[in-house]
Design a protein around this ligand. Structure first.
Ligand SMILES: Nc1ncnc2c1ncn2[C@@H]1O[C@H](COP(=O)(O)OP(=O)(O)OP(=O)(O)O)[C@@H](O)[C@H]1O
Ligand SMILES: [Mg+2]
Length: 511
C-alpha cells in the first residue's frame, strides 16, 4: 500500500505505574481509509488513541506523522498536527453552551473581545454537518447523552483535521444518527482524511471499516480486512467463540402472580400519559428514537426525576415520587444512561461503587461491612469479568466498558427485583454482553423483572419478551418479541402520536 502512512504507531508501549497495559503495538492509518481497533473491554484501545491525542505519553515506541517522528505532549500539539479526537467519555464542559464548547480553545475574538456572533456561526455550521438541530446557546449539561455525543462529534469535525479519531462514537446514538455520522465518515474518506474507529458493534465495522487491528490484553493479535466474518472477529478478540449472542431464557410468571411494576397515567413535562405493567419474570424493552422519552420515563420510575401526576406501584405498594432512597428500598435498581455523571463516584474504588446500593442493608451497628462489601464486589466482578488490577483501585482508571459492567453489577449484587436499565450494554464488548444477559436471565428466573431502554435493536429483539415503542413522550405501540422486526419497531418509533388520541394499541401497551 502507500509508502508512508499518514500516521504510524510504531512498537508503542504504555505502563501505568508498574502495570503495563500496551505491549509493542504497531498500527498504521492511511489517507482515505478507516483503521478499526477491535478488542474486549480493557484491551487497550482507548489508551492507544489517548497517546495520539496527547492525553498520555507512550512509555516506549514512536509516533510518526507523514513518516516523521513527532512528540505529542498535550492535546494542543495533537490538534496542531491535524489530529481531531472524539473521546469515548465526553469531554464537554456541562455548564458552558454548545457554541462555547465547540469553539473551546479557539474562541473567536475581535479587538480582544469574544466575538459571540462568530462563535455562534461556527457552532451552527458544525452542527449542520451532522444534521443536529439544537440551540447553540443551550448549556451542554441540559442535553441528553446522545445530543452531547453529537456536539462532541460536530466539534471534532469543525477542526478540519487530516486524521480523525473516533472512540466509540456510536455507543450513545440511535440508528438514524449513526447513519448521519457514517455519511460524514464516507465523505471524509473521499476527501482523503485518515480515520481510526472503535466500536463494539461488529456490523458497523463491516459497514465503514477498512483494516481491522485486533488487540487482546494490550497486545497486537491480528490485522484483517473489515469484511472478515463476525464469528472470526469475535474469535480473534475474545480468544474463543460465542455460540449465542442473545441467550434469553423466558421465565413466564406463574398465573396470578402480582404485577411487579405498575405505572398508571404517569405524566411529566413532555412525557405521558404513560401506563404500563411489568410482570415477574419479564424483560420489557423500551425502543424509540432519540428524545422519545425513554430515559426520562426510567428516571421518573427510579425516583431520579419528579413527575407531575400519575402513580407508580411496586408489588402493589405505591412508590413515593422523586425519592431514590425509597425506590432503592423497594428493590428498584437503575442503571442510568450516563454512567460518568449519574452512575459512578469516579474517585471511589470498584468495591465501593459496586457496594453503594447495599451499604445500608449490610451495615451493622452503623458500621459499614467493608469486608463483605469487597467479597460481594469481587464475586460479581469475576462473573462479569471486570478487568482491573484490584477491587480497591479507583473506578476512574477502569476502561469504559468495565465501568459500565460495574454499574450493572451494583444492582445485581443488591438483588433488585425491578431493574430499570438505560442502555445497559453501551460500550460493553460482545463477550461481556452475554454475561450481562445471563445475569438478566437469573434475575427474571428469580421472579425479578427488567424494563430496559435500548437503541441496540438486535439486543431488543434478542432479549426482550415484549417491546414497547415510544414516540414523542408516549407509548406508540407494543410488539411481541417473537414477531417484531427492526422495521416494525422503526415504523412505530417514527409514528406521530397524536397527543389527543389514544395510543395505537392501548390494551397492548398496558397488558
Ligand atoms: N489512568 C490509568 N491508570 C491505571 N490503569 C489504567 C488507566 N487508564 C487505563 N488503564 C488500564 O488500561 C487497560 C486498558 O484500558 P483502555 O481504556 O485502553 O481499554 P479499552 O480497550 O478502551 O476498553 P473499553 O472497550 O472498555 O473502552 C485497562 O486495564 C485499564 O484499567
Ligand atoms: Mg475504551
Amino acid at each position: 500500500m502507500q509508502a508512508n502512512p499518514l500516521l504510524r504507531l510504531e512498537k508503542i508501549s504504555k505502563s501505568f505505574g508498574h502495570v503495563q497495559v500496551i505491549h509493542d503495538v504497531t498500527v498504521d492509518v492511511h489517507p482515505g481509509r478507516v483503521t478499526v481497533l477491535l478488542g474486549e473491554n480493557g484491551a487497550g484501545k482507548s489508551t492507544l488513541i489517548k497517546m495520539i491525542a496527547g492525553v498520555h505519553a507512550p512509555s516506549g515506541g514512536r509516533i510518526l506523522v507523514d513518516g516523521a517522528e513527532v512528540r505529542i505532549p498535550d492535546t494542543k500539539a495533537s490538534e496542531a498536527l491535524g489530529i481531531a479526537t472524539i473521546h469515548q467519555e465526553l469531554n464537554l464542559v456541562p455548564s458552558m453552551t454548545v457554541a462555547e464548547n465547540i469553539t473551546l480553545g479557539r474562541t473567536p475574538r475581535r479587538f480582544g473581545v469574544i466575538n459571540r456572533r462568530r462563535m455562534r456561526a461556527i457552532a451552527r455550521e458544525a452542527l449542520a454537518t451532522i444534521g443536529l438541530d439544537v440551540d447553540v446557546d443551550t448549556p451542554v449539561g441540559d442535553l441528553g447523552i446522545a445530543r452531547q455525543q453529537l456536539v462532541e462529534i460536530a466539534k471534532a469535525l469543525s477542526l478540519d483535521a487530516r486524521i480523525l479519531i473516533l472512540d466509540e462514537p456510536t455507543a450513545a446514538l440511535t440508528t438514524s444518527e449513526i447513519k448521519a455520522l457514517f455519511d460524514v465518515v464516507r465523505d471524509l474518506k473521499a476527501r482523503g482524511v485518515g480515520m481510526v474507529f472503535i466500536s463494539h458493534h461488529l456490523d458497523e465495522i463491516a459497514e465503514i471499516g477498512d483494516d481491522v487491528n485486533v488487540l487482546r490484553d494490550g497486545e497486537f493479535v491480528a490485522r484483517v480486512p473489515a469484511d472478515t466474518h463476525e464469528d472470526e472477529l469475535i474469535r480473534l478478540m475474545v480468544g474463543r467463540s460465542i455460540d449465542k449472542q442473545f441467550p434469553r431464557e423466558p421465565s413466564p410468571a406463574p398465573a396470578g402472580a402480582p404485577v411487579q411494576l405498575d405505572v398508571s397515567a404517569l405524566e411529566a413535562p413532555g412525557l405521558g400519559p404513560i401506563s404500563l405493567q411489568v410482570r415477574p419474570g419479564e424483560v420489557v424493552a423500551l425502543a424509540g428514537l432519540m428524545g422519545a422519552g425513554r430515559t426520562e420515563l426510567l428516571r421518573c420510575l427510579a425516583g431520579a426525576d419528579a413527575y407531575t401526576s400519575g402513580r407508580v406501584e411496586v408489588r402493589g405498594e405505591r412508590l413515593a415520587p422523586y425519592d431514590v432512597a425509597a425506590a432503592t428500598a423497594a428493590g428498584v435498581g437503575h442503571v442510568p444512561e450516563d454512567r460518568k455523571m449519574q452512575g459512578l463516584v469516579l474517585d471511589a474504588s470498584v468495591a465501593e461503587n459496586i457496594g453503594y446500593a447495599t451499604v445500608r442493608s449490610t451495615s451493622r451497628f452503623g458500621l459499614v461491612d467493608r469486608k463483605g462489601q469487597r467479597r460481594r464486589a469481587s464475586a460479581v466482578a469475576e462473573r462479569l469479568r471486570i478487568r482491573m488490577d484490584s477491587i480497591d483501585q479507583p473506578i476512574r482508571s477502569l476502561s469504559g466498558g468495565n465501568q459500565q459492567k460495574a454499574v450493572f453489577g451494583r444492582w445485581f449484587t443488591a438483588g433488585s427485583k425491578v431493574l430499570l436499565l438505560d442502555e445497559p450494554t453501551r460500550g460493553v464488548d460482545v463477550g461481556a454482553k452475554v454475561e450481562i444477559y445471563e445475569l438478566i436471565n437469573e434475575i427474571t428466573a428469580d421472579g425479578g423483572c427488567v424494563l430496559m431502554a435500548s437503541s441496540d435493536l438486535p439486543e431488543v429483539l434478542g432479549m426482550a419478551d415484549r417491546i414497547l415503542v415510544m414516540s414523542q413522550g408516549r407509548i406508540a405501540g407494543e410488539l411481541p418479541a417473537e414477531s417484531a422486526t427492526q422495521d416494525s419497531i422503526m415504523q412505530l418509533a417514527v409514528s406521530n402520536v397524536n397527543r389527543d388520541e389514544e395510543p395505537a394499541n392501548p390494551q397492548g401497551a398496558t397488558a
